[in-house]
Design a protein around this ligand. Structure first.
Ligand code: GLY
Length: 341
């Protein structure tokens, strides 16, 4: 009997080992973005370019280290996004843009491609790392999204680190906000609409990852659009617009003019084209970013990752802060052809 039990245990363990190893060959990969916009060569000094590239590499390294040690895609994207939220360089967490009323209001979401579970928060003003809040919403609540004071109450209940709203303020963003207010006043005097330069409007951070078990995850975090009106919510916390992940098709994080990304359900559309039309992630991203989005009048970009490790970093703006790391390579870029890579 003992022998039989031992035999069964061995069989069970072998079976488990097979189950765990089923996707052990998945090519672990992380792709990140730090926002798309009017990023033409000459926009930044060499020192500024170095600072952006160093932070993108740091975020890639942090996320990839999780994957390399057998960690989950969710942990990898959280590690990468936290670093970008903490950096004043990007419009997410510290360094977020200002609303019309001079506040920082943060939007965020996360999705697990293995379970299709998701979490999001909109309009939070005191959560240091919104991506951690999105993850807590996904894992510790029966809901998908919390907004404003409700989201902050949930963050407190969950013991998530909060800060005074002034923590998010940087002089660079404050100056841009003041200039935009002035431009708007001038335009109003002439009975015209103030045209905000693109790089005043955009910026978001995001990550998609594939772990050794073949699971995909996606996350997106942002301060939204500068001068957004009270209570405006962009695409970043909207599952299917700013973020989507499904092991069957792909993981996507978006950056750009949120209203268009919401109307066109950009992230879901890309994965639907992969799932139902059999397109590669690059073909699906090309169709959506170079055709559907500009045809509707919007602009921006996406990062996309498939369950086989294929990826796209596609944008129709002048540039997009972006980077990718897998077992064979690591690269980061700011400017570039407005095309898939
Ligand atoms: N894509 C960021 C926003 O529109 O809020």
């Amino acid at each position: 009997m003992r022998l039989f039990t031992g035999f069964l245990a061995a069989l069970f363990l072998t079976g488990s080992a097979f189950a765990a190893d089923e996707h052990a060959s998945a090519p672990v990969t992380i792709v990140i973005h730090g926002g798309a916009g009017a990023l033409a060569p000459g926009r930044y000094t060499p020192a500024e370019e170095d600072a952006y590239e160093a932070k993108l590499n740091e975020a890639l390294d942090a996320g990839y280290a999780v994957l390399e040690s057998g960690g989950t895609a969710l942990d990898a994207i959280e590690a990468a996004i936290v670093l970008m939220e903490d950096s004043p360089l990007f419009n997410a967490g510290k360094g977020a843009v200002f609303t019309r009323e001079g506040k920082n209001e943060l939007d965020v979401s996360i999705m697990d491609g293995a379970t299709l579970n998701a979490g999001a928060a909109a309009g939070v003003t005191n959560v240091k790392n919104p991506i951690r809040l999105a993850r807590a919403v996904m894992e510790n609540s029966e809901h998908v999204m919390f907004a404003r004071d409700g989201a902050e109450k949930f963050a407190k209940e969950q013991g998530i680190e909060t800060v005074k709203p002034k923590y998010f303020r940087t002089e660079r963003r404050w100056k841009a906000y003041k200039e935009a207010l002035k431009a708007e006043k001038e335009a109003a005097k002439q009975d015209k609409d103030a045209a905000l330069p693109h790089d005043f409007k955009y910026g978001t951070v995001g990550a998609v990852a594939l772990d050794a078990n073949g699971n995909l995850a996606a996350g997106t975090s942002t301060g939204g659009m500068m001068m957004k009106r009270y209570g405006r919510v962009g695409d970043s916390p909207i599952i299917g617009a700013g973020t989507f992940a499904d092991n069957k098709s792909c993981a996507v994080s978006s950056t750009g003019w949120g209203e268009f990304f919401i109307r066109l359900t950009i992230a879901r559309d890309i994965c639907a084209q992969v799932e139902y039309a059999g397109k590669t992630v690059e073909e699906a991203a090309d169709d959506v970013i170079h055709h559907r989005l500009p045809d509707a009048g919007g602009d921006g970009g996406v990062i996309v990752l498939g369950p086989d490790g294929s990826y796209a970093m596609t944008f129709n703006t002048k540039g997009m802060f972006r980077g990718v790391k897998n077992a064979d390579m690591q690269s980061v870029s700011i400017y570039g052809e407005a095309a898939a890579e």
